[in-house]
Design a protein around this ligand. Sequence first.
Ligand SMILES: Nc1ncnc2c1ncn2[C@@H]1O[C@H](COP(=O)(O)OP(=O)(O)OP(=O)(O)O)[C@@H](O)[C@H]1O
Ligand SMILES: [Mg+2]
Length: 371
Amino acid sequence: MWLSELEADRLRNLKAVSLGLSAGLTLVVGRNGQGKTSLLESIYLLATGSSFRTRRLDDLINWNDGPLRIGGKVEGLHGNRRLGVVLDGDARRLLVDGAERDLDDFLGRLDVVDLNGERMKVLRGGPDERRRFLDRGIVGLKPSFLKSLGEYRRVVQQRNALLREGAYSGRATLGAELDVWDERLVLAATEVHRRRREYAVGLSGELGEICRALVPDRGELLLRYQPSPAAAATDDPAEFPRIYAEAVARGRGKDRAVRHTCCGPHRDDLTVELNGVDLRRFGSAGQVRAGMIALKFGKLMMLQKDRGEAPLFLMDDFDSDLDEVRASALAGFLQEGGFQALVATSKENMASRLGVSCTRIRMDDGVASAA
Ligand SMILES: Nc1ncnc2c1ncn2[C@@H]1O[C@H](COP(=O)(O)OP(=O)(O)OP(=O)(O)O)[C@@H](O)[C@H]1O
Ligand SMILES: [Mg+2]
């Protein structure tokens, strides 16, 4: 699918932007502070109803007051659709072909994969960032996974509340009550574990080809799901309920002492290694960025296989931390990829330096023009 038209007004410094977009690679150029990231953010907002920079939607509205309006035409296998987002103060309206929809009904009409500075936290930050990365990818493919995650979170919270209460009240029935919760815990955890494992295996299967294209000096990127409990990292996913139930039973004494549930999918992690180096701990800025780009392309490939058409790819600060060899390999990949990509850079002459032919949009004080 691709976004063929975009209108954006009053998102941060954007002013009455109205653009026809090409289906291939577009470079968004302009000096610092001119509105490049804001333009990408407007597309992300149109796809998801939220921002990749902030949870506070009112930060997006122009300081001189809203309402903020984004509109666009999506073309794809399922025909053409007009999407719209209006933010006015705290109120958000989501529109499909002019009719207002709730978020559930709005999502999934424009699939995007985005890469911006914030996303480097997936490799630089703690395990919670990597769990979020996995979960967002799974939800993109199967929105019903949100329910499975919610159920698991609820069970863990309620079991933790029981562990706390039981410790204070010295309740005689605590053991029997925990038995009941442990059964629910294993059931809910099994679904989360199964989906995360499946997604990680699928993603890691995509990385070989991507790395050959992106890391020409033969980088080998390995991704491994590290489930909690560690003993669940077996080849057979069907073993998980038994292994987890045993770990929970064995850990009950410790759980009671510390008053929370010590093991389970809420402690999962991912390892990402480039040529044997753990990027989470030892990756250089450029290695982390190359690793993150590969993970995002893997996500894009998985969405493409699932949907039968490619999502739109948004990338901010295209060449930051990348050397010339990697930047031009990436540009080649974007040009040949067969998906729509909008890529921002502050370097005007980037396209000619990298030898790619692409459409260019120039941002200047919030105004977009063909360059
Ligand atoms: N709510 C807002 N209202 C008006 N202007 C805003 C708002 N939020 C941010 N801005 C301004 O919008 C401008 C564009 O920001 P943006 O991040 O899009 O720039 P950019 O072109 O990506 O710059 P850089 O090259 O530094 O990344 C900045 O000058 C910023 O201060
Ligand atoms: Mg920017």
